[in-house]
Write a protein that binds this ligand. Structure first.
Ligand SMILES: *[C@@H]1O[C@H](CO)[C@@H](O)[C@H](O)[C@H]1NC(C)=O
Ligand SMILES: *[C@@H]1O[C@H](CO)[C@@H](O)[C@H](O)[C@H]1NC(C)=O
Ligand SMILES: *[C@@H]1O[C@H](CO)[C@@H](O)[C@H](O)[C@H]1NC(C)=O
Ligand SMILES: *[C@@H]1O[C@H](CO)[C@@H](O)[C@H](O)[C@H]1NC(C)=O
Length: 966
């Protein structure tokens, strides 16, 4: 017995010693330690990189035993001593990964993690394929770029692969289907942000081991295979931010034990099926910005683990099911911008863990829900743009954690007790715009408010709310569109001088500043809009960092000081519609970032500012209606982005600025009513006014030949564009975003005054389709060229009061959308081309004061022009004159057939008449039918689509009865 025991003991000791020896022997192999050491040396350590946590490689050293198995981040096989795992994530490595990196000598490695380093956008080297034992590979967020090498796809033992980069469009994988083909053991695959640019690979539906699949922001398209939702182990699925990826939720059956589902900003649509209630493990559902419709199924109340639900920006309708009361774990619930309705949200009383709730932009109605009282954890609440009414802070008084509160565009009214506001001690962002409210006076002297952003637009306010002065952290203050009168009290910014970035007081009745202090002490302000008030001061000094400065539409007087140019960030400067005078500081031209300069409608005199530097960013210059003189500064040619230049109604004395032709984007040239002179047409001049929409050089002293070459170069006028959307010529500019929560953009439509249909008209906005040429009141000579008929999209043409001779070219009849044609006061001879009767939009026509003769065209629009359009000619005859045409000059019958090229049917309403234009094969019949009743509301220019066939049949029937057509 003892012998046996002794034997066993000895055996045990032997085995133990054997094991210990082996264990002691297991030092790492020299080839591997030197490979690791070389790898370490090939990089710098950058501890300022934000991904850096700790440089494990610091501990690596070949001194002493040099045993790499004991190094931080390295793991060896206990038996063989081979390196099997290397974890250098967030290791602060910085530098290029060499194509022959020594890493590839670690051929036994099974797990390799290099995530969150910075490899300087070098390519992922070819060679990972040699590490055939790899099961876990993570190269994410490490600044690799280029195409992912194919040999990674041979690693058939891979269980987890994460290649998602830090930023979009740095890595590409052109054939994902082929790539993953052999990686069937994958449990985790993350290729988010890798540019795949392909349809969703259907074979992934066979990868039954997948527990995590992340393909967000990959440029995926096509249809999402619904069978992915049946993968038996899938817990995390993200295909978010693939806007061309379509898909539906499975109706009958979800097989996957999903915990997290991200589909936001995809093309997913259809209803949310009742079966979603079976996803009992679901924690997070993010499907905002998709196209889901129908109502929210009551079964969603079964998702008892749900903590975050994002369904904002879909087309959901109906009521929010009362069963949502069971979602007691919810901390984020975002349902904004749907079509949800209903008038009771009392069930919300249970959602006591909510921290963010947004139900804005729906049709929720009724009194302000008292259930909100219970949501004590709320930090963000957005109920704006609904039909809720009642007490202003109502149930919110006790929500002490609120930081962001949007109550704008509700139907709130009454008086807001400032003390209630002061109880919300953490409130930083408050928007009460578009309500009908006023504020109690408050006499608190301490600066107790933490408010940073306050918007009270369109609140019917008549005075500055005093409490503004009690905040000392205000960044954004917007009080536009109220009826606030009187002076702007200094208190408005007294305590927030340093923090204020944005002030909008536009559209009020403000008349000045406290103590006439026009120097605003706001060192960090970026945005200042006090336009459309009654300010009767001198120009307030622009704050030094201001980007947008708009003080237009006031009664400012005095000069613009040179110090304005010290605002070196000015991007938008609008001083228009005031009574400012004096000369303009020449330095205005040299403010680098300036995009919009509007000084129109003041009393400025002297020269136009000059010295526009190379790379000048200006897109709009409006100086019209001043008393500026001198010439057009040549350096404006440096403003290669210029779209709008209006110098009209000044006293500029110059020849035509030919060099404007270098400005490729120029759409509007306004030079009217100045002292421009000299010829424009010359055999030497080559023009390139490709983008021009509007050319107004009327009321000057231009002379010489008709400027044919200039018009010939106006290519935009030769292209007929559809009028689907009524767009306007404008500048829309995102100003650099300076602050969280403040979106600073600036949208300005171009305005101008044009002669239209015989009268001056101010266009506050210029429709994109408005193409106009006004050469009137000059001394142009010679013939009207035939090529004018090429400017097919022209709507207004005014050549009146020049010295033009010859006939009216019949090619004018090609200008199919022409609305106004003025050729009066020239020396034109011959007949009015009968083809002009074809111009169905023509509502103004004037050829008076010429030497025309022959029959006046009849029919169509010509039946509407009075005799003033034709008076003072040599021998015009026929209606509207009483003299009949004689000697075979009888006017031809109203034209009924016109040959045109398009073969579509059109129906439109013009000045109250129905004009029917129907094309046969190569023919178009135009008839004006008066008093024809059509029960549909005729929309202007409803026409030109085959879709109108139905309406057309109705009209044809009416026509048949009236026997107007044959
Ligand atoms: C370190 O990282 C920071 C932040 O990414 C970067 O700006 C800096 O250039 C890096 N330094 C080196 C030496 O690469
Ligand atoms: C990698 O290749 C380059 C040349 O392509 C060579 O200079 C360098 O020494 C090689 N590095 C290693 C670690 O083999
Ligand atoms: C998949 O693996 C098989 C066998 O190892 C190989 O023949 C084939 O080329 C691989 N396919 C791809 C796409 O890598
Ligand atoms: C929600 O809370 C109310 C009152 O606090 C309670 O009556 C109701 O049973 C709760 N509902 C659920 C589903 O917990």
């Amino acid at each position: 017995m003892a012998a046996l025991s002794l034997y066993l003991l000895l055996t045990w000791i032997f085995l133990l010693s054997l094991f210990c020896t082996r264990f002691a022997e297991v030092l790492c192999h020299v080839d591997e330690s030197s490979a690791l050491m070389e790898f370490k040396r090939s990089f710098r350590i950058n501890t300022t990189d934000r991904r850096c946590v700790y440089p494990k490689v610091h501990s690596w050293s070949l001194d002493g035993s040099g045993d790499c198995c004991s190094w931080d981040g390295v793991e060896c096989d206990e038996v063989t001593g081979r390196v099997i795992a290397l974890d250098l994530s967030s290791n602060c490595l910085s530098g290029t990964m060499s194509p022959n990196t020594t890493l590839f000598r670690l051929v036994h490695v099974e797990s390799l993690n290099l995530a969150f380093n910075s490899f300087n956008f070098s390519s992922i080297p070819y060679g990972f394929g040699n590490l055939s034992k790899l099961q876990y590979l993570n190269l994410s967020s490490s600044d690799f770029s280029g195409e992912i090498p194919r040999d990674i796809s041979q690693l058939s033992k891979l269980v987890s692969l994460d290649l998602s980069p830090f930023s979009y469009e740095t890595l590409r994988m052109p054939n994902m289907g082929g790539f993953v083909h052999n990686l069937t053991k994958l449990k985790e695959l993350d290729l988010s942000l890798v540019s795949l640019s392909s349809p969703f690979p259907p074979m992934l539906a066979n990868f039954s081991s997948l527990t995590l699949l992340k393909l967000a922001s990959c440029g995926l398209s096509g249809n999402f295979p619904v069978s992915i939702f049946q993968l038996p182990n899938l817990e995390v699925l993200s295909v978010a931010n693939n806007s061309n990826l379509s898909g539906f939720f499975p109706k009958p059956h979800w097989g996957s034990p999903l915990k997290s589902l991200d589909l936001y900003q995809t093309n997913f649509s259809g209803e949310i099926p009742t079966s979603i209630g079976n996803l009992s493990l679901l924690n997070e559902l993010a499907a905002w910005g998709c196209y889901f419709s129908g109502s929210l199924p009551s079964s969603m109340g079964n998702l008892s683990h749900l903590t975050e639900l994002y369904l904002d920006g879909n087309n959901l309708q109906g009521q929010i099911p009362v069963s949502f009361a069971n979602l007691a774990q919810l901390s984020v619930l975002l349902l904004s911008y749907n079509n949800l309705s209903g008038d009771s949200l009392e069930w919300m009383v249970n959602l006591t863990k909510l921290t963010s709730l947004s139900i804005s932009g729906n049709r929720l109605s009724g009194g302000f829900p008292s259930s909100f009282e219970n949501l004590k954890q709320l930090t963000i609440l957005d109920v704006s743009h609904n039909d809720l009414y009642g007490d202003i802070l109502g149930a919110l008084r006790n929500l002490k954690n609120l930081i962001v509160l949007y109550l704008n565009s509700l139907s709130l009214n009454g008086i807001l007790n400032i003390n209630d506001l002061f109880t919300l001690k953490n409130l930083k962002v408050l928007d009460l715009s578009n309500n009908n409210i006023s504020f109690t006076k408050s006499f608190i002297s301490a600066t107790t408010l933490k408010l940073t952003n306050l918007k009270l637009d369109s609140c019917n306010l008549t005075e500055f709310p005093q409490f503004i002065g009690y905040s000392n952290k205000l960044r954004e203050l917007s009080l536009q569109h109220n009826r606030i009168q009187g002076i702007i009290p200094r208190l408005t910014w007294n305590n927030s001088k340093e923090s204020l970035l944005y002030i909008d007081l536009s559209n009020n009745l403000l008349s000045g500043f406290e103590e006439n202090q026009t120097h605003l002490p706001l060192p960090n302000l970026n945005y200042l809009d006090i336009s459309s008030n009654l300010l009767e001061t001198t120009l307030p000094t622009p704050p030094p960092l201001v980007m947008l400065y708009n003080i237009s539409n006031n009664f400012l007087s005095g000069e613009v000081p040179t110090s304005i140019c010290e605002a070196r960030s000015l991007t938008v400067l609008d001083l228009s519609n005031n009574a400012l005078n004096g000369t303009l500081p020449p330095c205005l031209g040299s403010i680098g970032p300036l995009i919009l300069l509007n000084l129109a409608r003041n009393k400025f005199d002297g020269m136009i500012p000059h010295g526009y530097p190379n790379g000048c960013a200006l897109r709009m210059i409006d100086l019209r209606e001043n008393q500026l003189s001198g010439n057009v500064p040549r350096s404006l040619g440096n403003c290669g982005m210029l779209e709008y230049l209006n110098l009209g109604d000044n006293q500029i004395n110059d020849t035509f600025p030919f060099w404007l032709s270098e400005l490729t984007y120029l759409k509007v040239i306004g030079l009217r009513s100045n002292n421009f002179h000299g010829p424009i047409e010359s055999s030497l001049s080559e023009f390139n006014f490709t983008s021009l929409h509007i050319l107004d050089i009327s009321n000057n002293n231009f002379n010489g030949e008709f400027p044919s070459n200039l018009l010939k170069s106006c290519h935009a006028m030769k292209i007929m564009v559809g009028q689907d959307k009524l767009a306007y010529l404008d500048i829309f500019e995102f100003l650099p975003n300076v602050s969280f929560n403040i979106s600073m953009n600036s949208s300005h439509t171009y305005a101008m005054k044009l002669m239209n249909k015989g009268t001056k008209r101010e266009y506050a906005k210029i429709p994109d389709v408005l193409m106009a040429i006004d050469l009137s009141n000059n001394k142009f000579e010679g013939f009207i060229p035939k090529l004018i008929g090429d400017l097919e999209s022209l709507r207004m043409l005014n050549l009146s009061n020049n010295l033009l001779i010859g006939g009216i070219p019949s090619s004018l009849a090609n200008l199919a959308v022409l609305e106004a044609l003025d050729l009066s006061r020239n020396n034109l001879v011959g007949e009015i081309p009968q083809q002009l009767a074809r111009l169905t939009f023509l509502s103004f026509f004037d050829v008076s004061h010429n030497r025309l003769s022959g029959p006046i065209p009849r029919g169509m629009q010509f039946d509407t022009f009075g005799s003033s359009s034709f008076v003072m000619n040599n021998g015009l005859c026929g209606s509207p004159f009483l003299n009949k045409c004689t000697n075979g000059e009888n006017a031809p019958p109203p034209p009924s057939y016109f040959k045109v090229d398009n073969e579509e049917e059109c129906l439109f309403n013009l000045d109250g008449r129905i004009v029917l234009v129907v094309a046969g094969v190569g023919f178009l019949v135009g008839v004006v039918i008066e008093n024809l009743i059509i029960d549909e509301k005729s929309v202007w220019f409803l026409c030109c689509s085959k879709k109108m066939a139905k309406g057309w049949k109705k009209v044809r029937k009416a026509l048949a009865n009236k026997k107007i057509c044959n």
